[in-house]
Design a protein around this ligand. Structure first.
Ligand code: PMP
Length: 306
């Protein structure tokens, strides 16, 4: 990864290499921490963070779900991220922000109420998550053997570090089998989401994406739905079965890091023409217009760093 200069840790900036934790930190052992993934883009007016407040609010909400009491308000954490972008003097087109709250050192055993809460904001320059070529030509997806844990056995709506064990195993399996990314079904066999992104397909011009029943409540998915509807497209949220996925005209993934990544193939079946489809391309360029501040209708989603 590309190191930056500073990390914000519990209210103070520390040098990148000094942002350390004890090996007996509670989260390292028992996996209860919450993260965000937020992105800043270099617009004509300098960096702007996309949907900053929505991401920070989701961090606070994830923490509430997993019983972590973050001692900072959403406003304070928003400001920390703005200051972080300024202080690091980035130059690239894309900066990824990683807000993180975890349980630190001092308490062992599963009961975590007395473990100290640490709050950290990091940012670094990060290119296309699923590769530049993938953005143009589409990626190859495998429906993996892991399913997303059922709603009765985990806190799937929290962006919790523990949930990424499932994502990691899924992603590893997909790559090990020669694919680029994993698509996970839920415990009923319907499409849930990818290892770190939401799924969309296009059938006869209609855009279809699953509800968030067994997936993260995604901010990019909401943005894409809003944008596609404003472009006059029909968008439906409903359960999707595996067979439907194989015969879709187009498909793509969305996420803060994944942005809009076309899908070329799923489980040895070409999707449509086997490359980026025309509607996907329209959505992709529309999304980049929004995040880079080129579409004034969505200015309210941008927090400019002056
Ligand atoms: N699902 C999972 C499991 C994710 O990790 C992400 C990335 N945060 C998403 C979906 C997409 O969410 P968002 O659009 O809010 O980044």
């Amino acid at each position: 990864m590309d190191a930056a200069k500073y990390i914000w840790m519990n209210g103070k900036f520390v040098a990148w290499d000094e942002a350390k934790v004890h090996v007996l930190s509670h989260t390292l052992h028992y996996g209860n921490g919450v993260i965000e993934g937020t992105k800043a883009y270099k617009t004509d007016r300098g960096y702007a963070i996309f949907r900053l407040n929505d991401h920070t609010k989701r961090l606070k909400e994830s923490a509430k779900m997993t019983l972590i009491d973050i001692p900072y308000s959403v406003e304070e954490m928003n400001q920390a991220q703005i200051d972080l972008i300024k202080k690091n003097e980035f130059t690239g087109d894309n900066v990824y922000l990683r807000p993180f709250a975890f349980l630190g050192y001092g308490v062992m055993g599963i009961y975590h109420k007395d473990a100290p809460v640490e709050t950290v904001m990091s940012a670094w320059e990060w290119g296309a998550y699923l590769g530049e070529e993938g953005m143009r030509k589409g990626i190859r997806l495998k429906i993996v053997s892991m399913t997303r844990p059922s709603n009765t056995s985990n806190m799937g709506k929290a962006k919790a570090t523990a949930n990424y064990l499932n994502s990691q195993m899924a992603k590893y399996e997909a790559i090990d089998c020669g694919y680029d990314e994993a698509l996970l079904l839920d415990d009923q066999g319907y499409v849930a989401e990818a290892s770190g992104a939401s799924f969309f397909m296009i059938v006869n011009g209609e855009i279809i994406t699953p509800p968030s029943d067994n997936a993260l409540v995604s901010i990019t998915q909401k943005t894409v739905i809003e944008m596609a509807e404003n472009m006059g497209m029909k968008v439906t949220r409903r359960r999707i079965s595996r067979e439907e996925v194989y015969i879709a005209d187009e498909a793509f993934l969305t996420g803060t890091a994944a942005e809009i990544t076309p899908i070329a193939l799923i489980d040895a079946r070409d999707i449509g023409s086997g490359s980026r489809g025309p509607i996907t391309e329209k959505i992709q360029s529309g999304y980049f217009d929004i995040v880079f501040g080129r579409n004034k209708d969505y200015e309210h989603y941008l927090t400019y760093i002056d």
